[in-house]
Design a protein around this ligand. Structure first.
Ligand code: ASP
Length: 608
């Protein structure tokens, strides 16, 4: 037997007991003739005391950091207790020890505030994983996994595995492909999600399915993306949107309770996509704080109507506003006293290429009731006050205004709002605000191809009262510039996203389950009948054998864990992640393969 106890479990109650521990040497301290060793395993750290009588042995077998040690001795009360660790009241007076394995000096220190940089830690990830901070993240991940599974199991969901070597599924990204040796010239695709399989399982009658499953998307990696990531993927039959919303808000609340001890009793707030875009300029708003957008002038239609017509700025000879498609404002609390340097810095901030605005207009709502702005030349104080009031600004607030093309300006204002929220400490890590965003547009306009693409995926159903608009109208867009006038632009989907603190943590939809509507959908996306049959004949076929109404959702498991763990980065919550260029620096993958492998696959490389 290698050990009687772990390094995290011994307490005063065990004093006098003889125990054997095994673990890694965290730290060695020599005080005269005695030596203290901190022995670490997954469960904690226990102090070992090696007395004088072991000195000879220690000289013959010197110990080093990360050596694997087995030590036997008696649990004793410590004279110098350490209140910071659970085992801090005791130590083990060691009678004998065995070095189970040696270690070379690790390239960085195995402790919370390690001296190892990102790259080094990724290269030696197996050592990084020994660090408590990383271990805590993986423990949290497992807790979220367990909580989700428990909830789903209690609710009759069945975990059913689906294959990884499949035919392309369209989730809007590029597929990773795998050549088939047995079928030369043919390729599998790795699933971007199990979407079509879970729908087929509904046809097969498994009316509640889930899977904690890897998905693969060959996307350009933005900071927080991984080419392979994990979803909690779910599907239900005989459900309407309301059933899904209730079931999965229940799941997330259950996870909050189980993992964070947080009891969320109130219903999760809901907001339509239009409202989200209107009030926050963003389809995944962070509602932990206010600063909602004042739409002074907009090309965006809310509820199919143009809602902001520019009255507030009318009459002023300010070309920037007059020429802009959109003018939006936010009231930033308590910042009226910003000095010139600070407003200049904010102006530079919005001019950065990532934000892409030409400039920033501000109105200071002074404590004495006066107004001062960067556009005093063009606006009377009354006008400034009117804008500030409409933005909800109070004395002491700073109103920030952006003007320009609709989409870019709205996006920029959303970024600026988040930035100001961050600077003012309004995005608190320990506050969790859930939100459902509903009624997404069914289609998105793809400028490059001048056609419609599915905003979610092609299996998402239109709102029932929008089906006719879809069936009756020709999807062809005659004038690219006027695509917004096409009836398809206003079709809304039975699709929903769950948002947590400004992050999309889950998304799904009620699906199309009739062959003819699905065919119509494929046609709307510019797919010919042959192409639709070639790609999705299996699904269209299945829909002819009694497909039940169904819908589902998938949660981004890695991101959910990261947010619950208070981190920005999903990588911290994945045991063996890829770096920002999609590389596994530990394995050094991707890498070249042998010529023999190419030959077997009958593939010739043609690198440009
Ligand atoms: N398969 C979808 C996705 O990965 C989720 C869903 O519609 O259930 O986004």
């Amino acid at each position: 037997m290698y050990r009687t106890h772990t390094c995290g479990e011994l307490r005063m109650a065990q004093t006098g007991q003889q125990v054997t521990l095994a673990g890694w040497v965290q730290r060695i301290r020599k005080f005269g003739s005695i030596t203290f060793i901190d022995l670490r395993d997954r469960y904690g750290i226990t102090q070992l005391l090696l007395g004088e009588e072991l000195n000879d042995l220690l000289d013959k077998q010197p110990l080093g950091r990360e050596f694997v040690l087995q030590a036997t001795g008696v649990v004793s009360e410590r004279s110098n207790k350490n209140p910071n660790i659970p085992t801090g009241d005791i130590e083990i007076k060691i009678a004998s020890f065995v070095i189970l394995n040696k270690s070379v000096t690790p390239p960085f220190t195995i402790q919370d505030d390690t001296d190892g940089g990102d790259d080094l830690r990724m290269k030696f990830r197996y050592l990084d994983l020994r660090r408590n901070a990383v271990k805590k993240n993986l423990e949290l991940r497992y807790a979220v996994n367990r909580a989700a599974r428990n909830y789903l199991h209690e609710n009759n969901f069945m975990d059913i595995e689906t294959p990884f070597l499949i035919k392309s599924t369209p989730e809007g990204a590029r597929d990773f492909v795998v050549p088939s040796r047995m079928n030369p010239g043919q390729f599998y695709a790795l699933p971007q999600s199990p979407q079509t399989f879970k729908q087929l399982l509904m046809v097969s009658g498994y009316d509640r399915y889930y899977q904690v499953v890897k998905c693969f998307r060959d996307e350009d990696l933005r900071a927080d993306r991984q080419p392979e990531f994990t979803q909690i993927d779910c599907e239900m039959a005989f459900v309407e949107q309301e059933d899904i919303l209730n079931m999965f808000e229940g799941m997330v609340k259950h996870i909050f309770k189980a993992v964070k001890g947080l009891e969320v009793t109130e219903k999760v707030q809901r907001m339509s996509w239009e409202e989200a875009m209107w009030q926050y300029g963003n389809d995944k708003p962070d509602i932990r704080f206010g600063m909602q957008l004042l739409n002074i002038k907009s090309a965006f239609t809310k509820d199919g109507k143009l809602q902001a017509n520019g009255e507030l700025i009318a009459g002023a000879d300010f070309k920037v506003f007059n020429d802009a498609e959109t003018v939006v404002a936010i009231a930033v609390p308590g910042c009226a006293e910003y000095a010139r340097k600070q407003t200049d810095e904010l102006t530079e901030w919005v001019k950065r290429p990532q934000i892409g605005m030409q400039g920033l207009v501000f109105i200071k709502c002074n404590a004495d009731g006066t107004y001062k702005s960067s556009v005093d030349k063009f606006f009377t104080e009354d006008k400034l006050k009117a804008i500030a009031d409409a933005a909800g600004a109070k004395a002491g607030d700073l109103v920030l205004i952006l003007a320009g093309a609709e989409e870019r300006t709205r996006k920029a204002m959303s970024e600026l709002r988040l930035e100001m929220g961050e600077r003012l400490g309004l995005r608190k890590k320990d506050e969790f605000k859930l939100l459902w965003v509903l009624d997404f547009p069914l289609f998105e306009y793809a400028e490059d191809d001048n056609r419609w693409v599915a905003r979610h995926h092609p299996f998402t159903s239109p709102k029932p009262d929008h089906i006719e608009v879809m069936i009756k109208n020709n999807p062809v867009i005659e004038k690219a510039a006027e695509y917004l006038k096409h009836p398809y632009a206003n079709i809304k989907a039975n699709a929903y996203d769950m948002v947590l603190n400004g992050n999309e943590i889950g998304g799904g939809s009620i699906r199309i389950f009739q062959r003819d509507l699905q065919e119509k959908m494929f046609a709307a996306l510019g797919m010919s009948e042959e192409e639709a049959l070639h790609k999705f004949g299996f699904l269209l076929g299945a829909f002819e054998y009694g497909a039940p109404p169904h819908g589902g959702i998938a949660f981004g498991f890695d991101r959910l864990c990261a947010i619950l763990g208070g981190s920005e980065s999903i990588r911290d919550f994945i045991a063996f992640p890829k770096n920002n260029s999609g590389r596994d620096v530990m394995l050094d993958a991707p890498s070249a393969i042998d010529q023999k492998q190419f030959d077997e696959l009958q593939i010739k490389l043609n690198l440009q």
